[in-house]
Design a protein around this ligand. Sequence first.
Ligand code: GTP
Ligand code: MG
Length: 444
Amino acid sequence: MANKETTTIVALATPPGTSAIAALRVSGSAVKNVCKTILPNFKMQPRVASLTEASFNDKIIDELIAVFFSAPNSYTGEDVLELFPHGNPFIVRKLIEAICKVPGVRLAERGEFTQRAFLNGKLDLTQAEAVGALLAANNSKSLSDAQRLLSGEISSEINALAESVKGASALLELEVDFAEDTEGKTTSEVLLEHKILQHLQNLKKRFRASQSELPKAALFGAPNAGKSSLINALVKQNRLLVSETPGTTRDFVEVPLHLPSGDILLIDTAGFANKAQNKIDEMAMQKSQEILEKANLKILVTDASAPLPDDFEKLAGMANLAVWTHTDISCKFFDEKKSDLGNFKVASPKGEGIEEFINVLDNIFFPKDEAEELWITSERQIACIEKAEVCALRALELLKQPEPAIELAAFEMREARNALCSITGEISDESILNSIFSSYCIGK
Ligand SMILES: Nc1nc2c(ncn2[C@@H]2O[C@H](COP(=O)(O)OP(=O)(O)OP(=O)(O)O)[C@@H](O)[C@H]2O)c(=O)[nH]1
Ligand SMILES: [Mg+2]
């Protein structure tokens, strides 16, 4: 790690491949030399975008936009150069090759720019992790949480808690006389029980495992019920094969759906017939069953204009939600036998009921009432919180003994504080840092 800080790093910050514009980042003490070597007319005025020529050995590579950030006022805290050439992989390669010819420059490793930002005190560890969360966010809630984390919201909370723990330790270490309060508890017990433990437990409740995979909604029902048509209507594309012949869909198909508050995956399945006609039917139904077991939401699709399938009750028993199709033809069977589930009516080919159903899905997958609370999605952070809680509980036990073990309790509280400080990276070890930053992409 010591070496990394003295070298200058370069990476493509946009995905490889052809695009309108690419972005390259260079960070480190050799940035000024890089500018002199490949951008002969560039003025290096900090934070001013300039259209300039990039060349190497008098050969023009591209005309591009360059922005220079002077240390420490940059993302990494070092001198940084950002280049925006045309998004041609050949141009990008030539630029990177030319930049790497400047002494002291090498290709960046994963997450190395953010790692430098952390090492240079531009971000604490929760903020550095928030950068990863920001890049992975696929719904409004996780995006706004990542932005709040990046602004240091959780860091301030953790720092304040670590201060309380420090206060409790100080009290213990001074071996203060335990003044009895009205409930017959000692000062330290009150401090531990009411402030610190409650706060730690509250933080733990805010844990939600981060969802790198999109949530899944599986549509199932009798053959020809209109499952594939409904998905086409929801995504506003003729994405799936639709026909009046029952058994059109055989293999399950995943289709992303962009809801107003986030993305989900719709899964089309083969129709469930009461009896399989042949081996392929049987295999297709078996597959549908497996898909349903893994789905977050199971939507039973039923034709409201046709007699219900014999196994309707069984199918309804497997579902979380029911949608009735063909309502443009008739609602006869819907009116006769609605299930106990939420019932929604659509006429997919005409688009009727589709916008309403999109809002229903949006509310199910991204409930609005939870929007205010900042969730903690990092397992590392929650493990530190749990460790701090265990230490605080142990301290409390030690203090409750007939002869309170004050020194041991003080030790436990110091451990609790260390656990909290490792959340923000005030205390950190290299292996933890490496495991965090190596999960990032190159150029971040
Ligand atoms: N009028 C009307 N026709 C519909 C509606 N939904 C689907 N259809 C028609 O019903 C037939 C079957 O639709 P699909 O979407 O293929 O049904 P499916 O449930 O995917 O069928 P399988 O894949 O065979 O299980 C097609 O001819 C559709 O055009 C609807 O709401 N109204
Ligand atoms: Mg189908």
